[in-house]
Ligand binder design. Sequence first.
Ligand code: TRP
Length: 345
Amino acid sequence: MVRNELRYYGVGVCATTNMTKRVLSGIRANGRLHLGNYLGAVKGMLALQEDPSYETFYMVADLHSINVPYNPENFQAAVRDVVLDYLSAGLDPEKSTIFIQSQVPQHVELSYLFSTVITVARMQHLPTFKEKVKSYPENVNMALLYYPVLMAADILAYKASLVPVGIDQEPHLEVAREVAQKMNDRYGLNLPEPQRFATSGEYVPSLTGEGKMAKSVEGSAILLTDSLETIRERLARVPTDSGKGESVPIEGGVASLLKFAELFLGDTRVHELKEQYTTSGIRYGDLKAEIAEAIFAELKPIQQRRTALEADIEKVDRIILEGAGKARKVASQTVVEVKKVMGLL
Ligand code: TRP
């Protein structure tokens, strides 16, 4: 590891040039990573990490996790779990800067500066905010309203132009683009207007058959750490029908199963299944078993890497420490630049 540290100091953090574009993404620490996070965000993060024309920054959005009721006692463990999930899924500290949001205080500083160009009304009208107000009517705090401004700062602190996240984050990216535009117009900055990087698994349905897979909904998710047995049990609870009908359902449990078949078994198999639905009928017991095997085959190597990492916590600590250092270097340059044009320096 000493060698790696030397390497890191030797290489430093290169500035954005015409050649390298920056990428930033993050996941909240409100629960263990599930298939929705993996297919919708992590797979995109991995693809961009492997592309040498991008410089990639991936964080755990811990500050974005504390605007809803949470447990401070085990929060450090929850944050570290996301880092472990990242690393075991294949994020590589040699290729990406992996860090924890709150360890780079420049995000908060920048978000305050950005908040001066965004109206309260604009934030109140976001669908994500309205949903939170619905689910936590007793807890409509300032941080919830502020969420997209902080997210804009996360992205623009690195002048990232590409953001691998699920489709549900599009309204937040819209805000980030608006912030960039307004800051550029008012202060003559040159912040990029960040675009979403979509993956084929950008919409992973809930096992309940309603909406997207979510950590906060009971019985909705398959976790990256689930055993084959657990995956089977979870799939067993997906509501189905008789397996036969005039047309293939486009919502509900059966539609979810077909989406999983598409994601894990491929298009040919889905065609076959759709055909079966309108003719001989689908046997869901068999289909669920087939899907469970396919999902587990993808998760198994991730789980093996995780077991190895759990035995080397010092290494994980070192990765987090180095990541924060690298991220701060870049983010603080942006803060200085923004403060200068705003007349604060
Ligand atoms: N809001 C994102 C989510 O809930 C998490 C996040 C916070 C994020 N900051 C970000 C994602 C910056 C991409 C870029 O999934």
